[in-house]
Design a binder for this molecule. Structure first.
Ligand code: AMP
Ligand code: GLY
Length: 415
């Protein structure tokens, strides 16, 4: 069996790693991949959004199954193109990907199908949006209606900040076409609930919690995610059952009813508020860095799940380990702002599982090649033990240009 994984970050490294444990012993390709992935798969230099290039490769190479990581590839219609060519591919169609690519589509869907989320209103006019915000309490939650690489959400603390953000989103050049969703501000711990979804069928994964801000104490700018862990003590079985039935299953049903059934991963970014669990955002793909802590716990054959969902068949029952995993992201100094690349990395002493997020080989040496560079992932019986092991690995990695948060899992350990 030949499998192609599309993407080149830590998420795709974890996907490749899960597939490599399959008893089917597949031959794995990854486009474009990275230096860590290259140790487990054959990397091919094709961009993740180059649909024609990927399609030509899959046809020429005789790929049996393609698994798509990034939303950018889904939102340009890679799944539609592969299916039209008769190829088996895991991921949502362009139309179903709107659950992530359009905040307004997601909000309208949730309202129509009674899926709990923050109240909202959308605007295309800067003057109307500003007038609305000025009559409401702060903080104000402003969301750009489109893919914005994690930069489309601004929590404005006052009118000045709101005006600047709305200007960027509605009349500036920063984002493109302008539509903004303004939401009620919610409070509570956030968590990520991912599931494999095939039409009405929803197969849940273990919960994880990401850490979106760059610095300790949840301070600093929003990033793609600085660390994650499983085994969240503040979410009980009742919460999970509620989120599964009233959020994930209802959303799967809603998408079938709307004529755009899901066939990939549904990621619920959820918050446990005093008024119950609510949706903060949906993604149409595996989360990054959540995938790096969740997929190592999969004891079933990942190939079977991806292939079954891609074909609309029932996979074998999913088996997950009860272990806890915890991962710390090491990022280039300056990230999520501007940063330099090409710094040499030595992780020969790290001891734990290392997923590569942005690395390359230059002159035979492993070097930094992105904002988020590496993630150490440790596994243990408790969050505290896993944390100790994950940080021991971080301290054993040598590189002059990396930083990391030292408080990953504080929500689980400080209470
Ligand atoms: P999103 O990209 O929609 O997940 O938003 C990024 C981050 O902004 C989330 O992880 C939350 O921390 C925060 N956020 C988004 N929506 C809200 C909301 N309605 N209330 C409070 N915080 C929010
Ligand atoms: N970890 C957040 C995301 O993947 O969007």
């Amino acid at each position: 069996m030949k499998v192609l994984v599309v993407g080149g970050g830590g998420r795709e490294h974890a996907i490749v790693d899960a597939i490599s444990r399959s008893p089917r012993c597949p031959q794995i390709f990854c486009a474009p991949g990275n230096a860590g992935i290259a140790e487990q798969a054959t990397c091919v230099a094709i961009k993740d959004t180059d649909v024609q290039g990927l399609l030509d490769f899959a046809l020429t190479e005789g790929i049996d199954l393609t698994v798509v990581g990034p939303e950018a590839a889904l939102s340009v219609g890679i799944v539609d193109a592969f299916r039209a060519a008769g190829l088996r591919i895991f991921g949502h169609t362009k139309s179903a990907t709107r659950i992530e690519s359009s905040k307004e589509f997601a909000k309208i869907l949730m309202e129509k199908y009674d899926i709990p989320t923050a109240g909202y209103k959308s605007f295309t006019s800067y003057a109307e949006a500003l007038a609305y915000v000025s009559l409401r309490p702060f903080p104000a939650v402003l969301k750009y209606d489109g893919l914005a690489a994690g930069k489309g959400v601004v929590i404005a603390q006052n009118l000045e900040e709101a005006a600047a953000a709305l200007k960027d989103m509605l009349i500036g050049e920063a984002f493109g076409k302008g539509k903004v969703v303004i939401e009620d501000y919610l409070e509570g711990p956030e968590f990520s609930f991912m599931a494999f979804v095939d039409g009405y069928n929803v197969y849940p994964m273990p919960l994880a919690q990401d850490h979106k801000r760059a610095f300790d104490g949840d301070k600093g700018p929003n990033t793609g995610g600085m660390g994650a862990y499983t085994g969240l003590p503040f979410i009980n079985d009742e919460d999970v059952a509620f989120a599964y039935e009233k959020i994930l299953k209802r959303t799967a049903y809603a998408m079938v009813s709307e004529g755009c059934p899901l066939s990939g991963v549904l990621y619920g970014g959820l918050m446990k508020t005093p008024q119950g669990i609510k949706v903060i955002e949906f993604n149409a793909r595996f989360g990054d860095p959540e995938t790096e802590v969740v997929l190592p716990l999969l004891d079933s054959d990942a190939c079977d799940i991806f292939a079954s969902v891609a074909c609309g068949n029932d996979p074998q029952p999913l088996v997950w380990s009860d272990d806890i995993t915890m991962g710390v992201v090491m990022a280039s100094k300056g990230y999520p702002g501007s940063y330099s690349k090409g710094f040499e990395i030595d992780c020969s002493e790290a001891g734990e599982r290392i997923f590569h997020m942005g690395t390359a080989i230059k002159d035979g040496k492993l070097v930094t090649n992105g904002g988020r560079v590496l993630m150490t992932v440790a596994r243990a019986a408790t969050v505290a033990e896993a944390k100790e092991k994950a940080y021991a690995a971080v301290h054993a990695i040598k590189c002059d240009n990396l930083f990391y948060r030292s408080d990953i899992a504080h929500w689980a350990l400080d209470k």
